[in-house]
Design a protein around this ligand. Structure first.
Ligand SMILES: Nc1ncnc2c1ncn2[C@@H]1O[C@H](COP(=O)(O)OP(=O)(O)OP(=O)(O)O)[C@@H](O)[C@H]1O
Length: 616
């Protein structure tokens, strides 16, 4: 057996001391040193298993557990494995040269981009050297799995570019990496702190990790298994493992690709309801079962951030800057793939059990609509299964239509003179009841669009679906909402109409109200209040964006429409001019306000008193 020669050397790198730089810039989180060392230990163990499976290692594999231990007195943390180990030559190659070439590359980039700190925090194979973020001396004691040509070796480095290799006492195969913690990093000697870090990064590592007498990880999380081996319960249980005490997810997608990139994972659909502010960043990103981050912005499309679960891909570059990630070809492909899978899954659910899909629409509707808004590819699929919920009820449940079904359903009755199909909608079934019911009396259908993103959603639909416009039921009178080019005859003369208008203008005395006289069917209310679609929608949209905008600051411009054909209009005209006439007009206007829940406070009190007096 070849003995390890004592050796001192200089790590080949053209700077005195790169460690202060590593310490400062490499990772904002010092705690990831543990992730790096434990994953190296796991890699070494898995490599050995692989060698054994290829018949290149015939010894006993034994227990391959990796252990992490702390010696508070000596102020050391030790990561031990029983993996492939290293010979002295391999230490020179892998630790001094390879790992350092990463360091050198890092340094090069750092020099060029000193002005742009964030861009340099890249992935340069600096895993092992991240130990120097917390240690002022690092020791490796290792023995290779090979039968021949090996002796245990010790490598020591104090964070300068000098290292020392000496023979070591070690009879067992494997590696101990011993960190002598720097004074400013002693927090990592705390058992609970270490356990926290291990559980964060290592809870699904593929080799058992022992800490403080216990194994801390589940080595075979469900995303590593085949869907055919898994039951519904397994998926639900795993969801609880990821997010303890959460409400049950609606359903899930098992992701599994190996070409043109590697990706596995399980994405869950949570119950969203109307809650757009739901906590995002719940998807956890792993690379070969090592936790990387839960800030997956840029890795998954924005609308998918509403999902929960796990994505595991060795092809996603880690620790790289945001701008780099966005431009990365793999990340783009992954984005596209996940979007497609999610759309396909929704389509399958829709096709397989429409009723169940409709029942879940409350929860997934927000998600689907958000997807439609933000992703054209998603739209291409989602337009077949996105639903409109009608106020019409069948067997006690609201009726749902796809876009195509809906067009078929209403076009005969709701096409205007310009050949546009007009979709009438309500945002608040109760508050807009008077309008909804008027529309229904005319045989029109009304859909419910009460979601926070609906103003944006309908804008998008109008631009994507041909010849469809959306109008809220209270945006105008029905004859104008769906203008079929037919004029109702007025029972009032021009002169009477002008007079009626004057009476109402005088009673209302409000510059932001526009009074108009229209000839409507006699069974419509005598007075209606409308708020034009365009302005209202712009206001709603700016409210959602949270920005103060031109539209957001505009006052509401209500229209007061008086139905010339209603018998009460004639009654107003024939009433005695002055108090009696004004009282009647005011009463009709207040009734209109009341029907839209707009009559409040002193006005409401006065209305009630007036009404009581009239009835007395
Ligand atoms: N516990 C270990 N057992 C055996 N070899 C190891 C061990 N730790 C490190 N090595 C060797 O040292 C090399 C350098 O490790 P380092 O963590 O710096 O980079 P890496 O693991 O190759 O890449 P990454 O930057 O992704 O961690 C490894 O590739 C491996 O060959």
């Amino acid at each position: 057996m070849e003995a390890v020669q004592n050796e001192k050397g200089q790590i080949s790198i053209h700077t005195e001391n790169i460690f202060p730089i590593i310490k400062k810039f490499l990772y904002s989180d010092h705690e990831i040193f543990l992730r790096e060392l434990v994953s190296n230990a796991v890699d070494a163990s898995q490599k050995l298993k692989k060698l054994a499976s290829f018949g290149d290692f015939n010894g006993e594999l034994g227990d391959l557990k990796v252990s992490v231990s702390v010696d508070k007195e000596a102020k050391t943390i030790t990561v031990s494995d029983r993996g492939i180990g290293m010979t002295a030559d391999e230490i020179k190659k892998y630790i001094n040269q390879i790992a350092f070439s990463g360091a050198a590359e890092f340094l090069d980039k750092y020099k060029d981009k000193a002005a742009d700190d964030k861009a340099i925090i890249g992935h340069f194979g600096l895993g092992f050297y991240s130990a120097f973020m917390v240690a002022d001396q690092v020791e490796i004691v290792t023995r290779s799995y090979r039968e021949e040509g090996t002796a245990a070796a010790r490598w020591v480095c104090d964070g300068s570019t000098e290292f020392e290799i000496t023979p070591a006492e070690r009879s067992e195969r494997g590696t101990d990496v011993i960190l002598h913690l720097a004074a400013d990093s002693e927090e990592f000697l705390e058992t609970e702190r270490l356990r926290g870090i291990l559980e964060k990064y290592g809870r699904f590592l593929p080799v058992e990790i022992e800490f403080d007498g216990k194994v801390i990880n589940n080595t075979t999380p469900i995303w590593t298994k085949s869907p055919s081996e898994l039951t519904e319960e397994d998926y639900k249980k795993f969801y609880q493992e990821l997010y303890p005490f959460s409400e049950e997810p609606l359903f899930w997608i098992h992701l599994n690709v190996d070409y043109p990139f590697n990706l596995t994972g399980v994405l869950y659909f949570p119950k969203l309801k109307n809650d757009f502010q739901i906590r995002r960043e719940k998807i956890q990103l792993y690379s070969r079962q090592v936790f990387i981050t839960d800030e997956v912005k840029d890795v998954v499309p924005d609308f998918l951030m509403l999902l929960h679960g796990v994505i595991d891909s060795p092809d996603i570059p880690l620790n790289v800057s945001r701008s780099f990630l966005q431009a990365d070809a793999n990340v783009k492909k992954i984005n596209g793939y996940i979007t497609r899978k999610v759309a396909d899954k929704l389509n399958d659910l829709f096709k397989a059990d429409r009723k169940a899909f409709e029942e879940k629409f409350e929860d997934i509707g927000l998600f689907i609509k958000y997807g439609i808004l933000s992703d054209d590819k998603f739209w291409e699929k989602a337009k077949e299964f996105c639903l409109l919920k009608s106020v019409e009820e069948v067997d006690g449940a609201n009726r749902f239509h796809t876009f195509n079904e809906y067009r078929e359903h209403v076009q005969a009755n709701q096409t205007d003179k310009n050949e546009n199909v007009v979709v009438l909608y309500a945002t608040d079934r109760k508050q807009q009841d008077a309008y909804v019911e008027s529309a229904r009396r005319r045989g029109y259908d009304v859909v419910l669009l009460d979601n926070v993103i609906d103003p944006h959603f309908i804008n998008t639909l109008e631009s994507k679906l041909e010849k469809i416009t959306f109008k809220r039921v209270d945006a105008d009178t029905l004859d104008k909402l769906i203008d079929k080019g037919l004029n109702n005859e007025s029972v009032l003369s021009e002169a009477d109409q002008t007079k009626l208008k004057e009476v109402f203008e005088k009673v209302l005395d409000n510059k932001s109200l526009t009074v108009s006289i229209e000839s409507m069917p006699t069974d419509e209310l005598p007075v209606t209040i409308t708020l034009p679609e365009f302005l209202r929608r712009m206001k709603d949209m700016s409210a959602l964006s949270g920005e103060r905008s031109f539209y957001g600051n505009m006052p509401n411009m209500y229209n007061v429409v008086v139905n010339a054909n209603h018998p009460l209009s004639a009654k107003v005209l024939s009433a005695e001019e002055g108090e009696a006439q004004q009282k009647l007009a005011k009463q009709l206007y207040d009734l209109a306000l009341l029907s839209q829940n707009m009559l409040t406070g002193a006005d409401l009190t006065a209305f009630v008193r007036r009404t009581v007096e009239t009835l007395a």
